[in-house]
Design a protein around this ligand. Sequence first.
Ligand code: HEC
Length: 257
Amino acid sequence: MLKNNPQAELKMKNEKVKNKVRFFGFAFLVFTFTFASACRYDMQDQPRYKYYKKSDFFADGRASRDLPEGTVSRGNLRDDKAFYTGKLANPNPNVAAPAAQTATDASGNTLVTTFPDAIAKIPVPVTKELIDRGQERYNIYCIVCHGPVGNGDGMIVRRGYPKPPTYHDDRLRNAPDGHFFDVITNGWGKMNSYAHQVSVADRWAIVAYIRALQVSQTPNANAAMTTNRAANTNAAPSAVSPANAPAANTNTQGGTR
Ligand code: HEC
């Protein structure tokens, strides 16, 4: 007689609806815990592009973006022109620097004899530590061609590489410090640039050591070790530095090492 009992019928319908809600509610929970939890990103798995990966987002198809023009990373402003280039600051860029003069040597090679835009002196204090560091770097990077005392008779040259000029002629003795820095930085004629191998500070150390070599090979010729005396005033003078005792060095045999 249920059929004829509308109240009982309604009750049954309600039960059915409740059951359905329970079922779907449970199914939803199962779904959330099984599937939805798998979709979260942990912090260590952040979506990102690797360098040079393809991206459809940018018009040029690359995920990497170019740095905005003029971006300088911290500590790399390099506004100290003398230190970073060995060249004089040009006060008026519209006026061309005086042209370098050249001479022709006995073998007909053209030699640059003046270096108008090179700074005269090493822009850092010349200390024994600097010269020692320069000696170490010279013996790693330069000795193979320029030889132990800078005569240009390194082992590679003895095996046929073009012979570099000696450091001990008047042209290079009188050349400004900035010229040596420039040669290491940009190369010179047949010599490659060593900018990638030798840091800026180490280049100045090598220049200081070449000056020491020049003094050692010409002890009596008043070879000016062009020490930056102004920059040097803070550093305690070192008794063993050739800068302080060029005249006392009477070794004509080529160094003391
Ligand atoms: C692979 C051999 C080689 C090495 C290594 C080398 N040089 Fe040279 N260097 C040469 C040659 C060759 C020349 C002559 C280039 C020319 O005039 O065409 C030269 C020339 C020079 C000159 C004279 C530039 C002038 O005004 O004539 C200087 C200074 C110099 N080198 C410094 C260095 C220093 C410092 C290093 C080490 C960081 C070095 N070289 C490493 C081969 C070398």
